[in-house]
Every structure is written in structure tokens, then in C-alpha cells.
Design a protein around this ligand. Structure first.
Ligand code: CTP
Ligand code: MG
Length: 405
């Protein structure tokens, strides 16, 4: 098969392929970019594979960086954006199920493609548009199948993370893992224990945000991969609830974790531990734990102005997304975004008073009481009980607060 038009992302990188070919070597676009282009999906990174050895690649171009030279990867800076060019390689050993014991550079594209994970990821595209399809990846793209290249057991032994990639692609692409590949995942699920949680995290969160989340989750559960994921061990009932939810997508990492922790019925405190085990970033943990406070308030329709204010717009947004899956009618009964928009202030910075002003205008001393009074004022303004005007706020302190005693 030959494609006649290129995506702009490929057009931009074509001079690199041409230069490598002109030097007498082979060069191809490979991996996810070829797959996504053939599926009509947006392209993320354009990866290039070549028969030229790293030193030969560096001799062809003016500006290069050794980004992963021991694995055969050189970054080319000659054509604007950096492009990673990787020498064809085979890997042997895999004693630890995640890193090859040694990488051997080879001159043959076939040798390189046959150690890739799935047939749809083992396609290569030449500068003239010819698609090299040694493992029936095109047929699998058409049939929407995720099939390991060659013997599935070997592919998962080489890198156990590939089992998570399989279920992630099921969700992202809406494809199905073939029965043979699925059986191999089930057989080797325990190898996932060898993989760093950070890498599993990336795949799980892509799965959770995919268009067919339930598809990937079903296979995760059916193969027992969940048994090697922190906090998901023996969570069959919760995962089944997640599978049975409406199919709308969640579109951020925080929303994905909120959906997962809410379905697992975690509290903010237990979610904090769960998310730490998954090595989540602190800002994600903060949003998700705040979301677990607000979400039930929204679903039970008891969220007050102060609750919305404390949560903030970002947390409200993820709660609405997740709430629409967990309790659609309850969540949609009120226009929470309008409630939020109507708040007199959105942050403390907007409050027309601060400690300095109180100290100056009332001659009071700094201390814990000052902080308490400011919080009191903040609540009164948020609840619409006092206008956000400096004079009125100072006046109120004079008349009401213990500070002026
Ligand atoms: N564990 C892995 C990771 C990657 N690959 C190969 O390297 C390519 C690029 O890897 P990567 O960018 O991680 O994944 P993509 O398939 O490109 O998917 P994404 O769209 O998420 O980048 C894959 O297509 C596949 O050919 C592999 O065989 N085994
Ligand atoms: Mg990629």
C-alpha cells in the first residue's frame, strides 16, 4: 500500500528521511504516528527509524543531540522541531522483564519491526509513501484488533508494560485485543509487578481518558492485570461498577483519578494514600481529594456557596464531569456552573480587605484572631451576607468582631 498524501507533521520531517536516504541508508516513519495517520487521528510525535548507526546519523546532520544514544536514538535539530531518529535494533535478554540486557543495532527494518509490541504499531512508512506491513498490521487496523507481533508471550516477556498498553489502546482506539493476545496477558499478568508504577500510571490514565474506557477496563479485569495495580487488588465489584457506567469520556487526568477513587468509594484521606501509591503529582492529589469532598455535596444537592468557593472552578469542573457519570439526573438538576459564576468573589485576593487594612484602620494587633476575623469576612462576602466593600467590611468588624473588644 502506498499513501499519496502526507499529514503536515510528516511533510515537515520528510527532509530528514530524504537526507538519510541520500547518504545511502534506509529511513522510515514508524510507530504511533503511522498508526494514527492511517486511522485519521491527530499525530503526536513523529518517530523515525533508520539503518544508519548513531555515528552515521550524526555525520549526516549539522545539529544533533545524543538524547538516548545507548539505545540508538539521536535528536536531529536541523529542521526546526527536534526529531528523534533511532537506529534499527533488536534487543536480547530481558532478564528483568523491562530492560533489554543489550541493544544490538541492525541494518534490517524487519529485525526492528518484529520486536515491536502490536501489529498496528509495527507499520513503517517510507518517504515515497509506501507502507511496509510485515505483520498484517493494516488488516488489524481495519478489523480494529490489537494483536501482538509474533508470539505474544515473547512480546510481554520483553516488556511487561505492553500488557497495560494493550488495554490502553483498547480504550483509546476502541479496538479489541485478539483472544490469543488476551490469553497471553492473562497468563503473564503477574509480570506487571516488575514494572515501575510511574509507567503503569501513564497507561492507566490514558485508559481512563479513552473513548471506550469500559472496553479497556473489561480486559483489565478479565485478565487480572488489576491484581498488580496499587489499590485495585480484589476490587472486582468496584471495577465492574466502573465498567457499567455511562460511556461519556473524562477529559483530564484529575477527572480520571476522581472517577476511579469515587467508584472505589475512597474518602479524601484514603484517596490521598491511594494517589501517593500511584505517584500522582501533588496538584492532582489536591484536586482529586477536594473533588471527593465536593462531589457528594453536588450529588446530594447540598453544596452551598462556600463549598463551591472552597473547591474552585477546576475542582467543580472535574466533579461535574464525574458526577454526570455517577448520578446524571441529580447533577444536572442544578446549574452548578451558574451558581459558581454568581459567587461575589472567587478568591481571597478579590476580598476588599486584608490584615494590613484592619491593623491600620482599627489599630488592632496581628495574631490568630485577625486571621479568624478575615475568614469570617470572607464567608460573609461569599454567602452574600455582606457586600465586598472595604468601608462596610471595616464597619462590620467594628461592630461585631471580638477584635474590637
Ligand atoms: N513497550 C513498548 C513501547 C513502544 N513500542 C514501539 O515503539 C513505538 C513508539 O512507542 P510510544 O511512543 O511509546 O507509543 P505509541 O505506539 O507511539 O503510542 P502513543 O500514541 O501513546 O505515543 C510503538 O508504536 C511500538 O512500535 C514497543 O514495541 N513496546
Ligand atoms: Mg508515540
Amino acid at each position: 500500500m502506498k499513501v499519496t498524501t502526507f499529514a503536515p507533521e510528516f511533510e515537515m520531517a520528510l527532509p530528514i528521511l530524504h537526507q538519510i536516504e541520500a547518504a545511502g541508508f534506509e529511513a522510515y516513519f514508524v510507530g504511533g504516528s503511522v498508526r494514527d495517520y492511517l486511522l485519521g487521528l491527530p499525530i503526536h510525535d513523529v518517530d523515525i527509524a533508520t539503518s544508519a548507526y548513531p555515528a552515521e546519523v550524526k555525520a549526516i546532520f549539522d545539529r544533533t543531540v545524543d538524547t538516548g544514544i545507548q539505545h540508538g536514538t539521536v535528536m536531529i535539530l536541523d529542521h526546526g522541531t527536534g526529531y528523534e531518529v533511532t537506529t534499527f535494533r533488536t534487543e536480547t535478554g530481558y532478564q528483568d522483564f523491562r530492560r533489554p540486557d543489550s541493544v544490538t543495532f541492525v541494518r534490517s527494518l524487519a529485525e526492528d519491526l518484529k520486536r515491536r509490541d502490536f501489529t498496528i504499531n509495527a507499520l513503517a512508512m517510507r518517504a515515497d509513501g509506501e507502507i511496509i506491513d510485515l505483520f498484517d498490521g493494516l488488516a488489524d487496523l481495519k478489523a480494529q484488533k490489537i494483536r501482538a507481533v509474533g508470539v505474544a508471550d515473547e512480546r510481554f516477556h520483553e516488556d511487561a508494560l505492553r500488557m497495560m498498553r494493550a488495554v490502553r489502546f483498547e480504550s483509546q482506539l476502541g479496538f479489541d485485543v485478539t483472544p490469543t493476545t488476551q490469553a497471553a496477558i492473562q497468563k503473564h499478568a503477574a509480570l506487571l509487578a516488575k514494572i515501575a508504577v510511574e509507567r503503569i500510571h501513564v497507561e492507566l490514565i490514558k485508559l481512563m481518558q479513552g473513548q471506550r474506557r469500559h472496553n479497556g477496563l473489561k480486559t483489565l479485569l478479565a485478565t487480572g492485570l488489576n491484581q498488580y495495580c496499587p489499590g485495585l487488588v480484589d476490587q472486582t465489584a468496584a471495577l465492574q461498577r466502573l465498567i457499567d457506567l455511562p460511556t461519556q469520556r473524562v477529559t483530564s487526568e484529575s477527572a480520571a483519578w476522581l472517577l476511579l477513587t469515587a467508584t472505589l468509594q475512597l474518602t479524601p484521606a484514603t484517596a490521598n494514600q491511594f494517589l501517593k501509591q500511584w505517584k500522582c503529582a501533588n496538584d492532582v492529589i489536591a484536586d482529586v481529594t477536594a473533588g471527593l469532598v465536593l462531589l457528594p455535596q453536588l450529588i446530594e444537592q447540598r453544596a452551598q456557596a462556600w463549598n463551591l468557593y472552597e473547591a474552585g472552578e477546576a475542582v467543580l469542573t472535574i466533579c461535574l464531569q464525574v458526577g454526570q457519570l455517577l448520578a446524571p439526573s441529580a447533577i444536572m438538576d442544578q446549574d452548578w456552573l451558574a451558581h459558581y459564576a454568581a459567587l461575589p468573589i472567587k478568591t481571597k485576593r478579590e476580598l476588599q480587605i486584608n490584615g494590613q487594612i484592619l491593623i491600620q484602620s482599627l489599630g488592632i494587633q496581628p495574631g490568630p484572631k485577625l486571621g479568624q476575623t478575615l475568614t469570617q469576612l470572607e464567608k460573609l462576602v461569599v454567602n452574600g451576607q455582606l457586600p465586598n466593600e472595604q468601608d462596610r467590611l471595616v464597619q462590620w468588624v467594628k461592630q461585631n468582631s471580638a477584635l474590637s473588644d
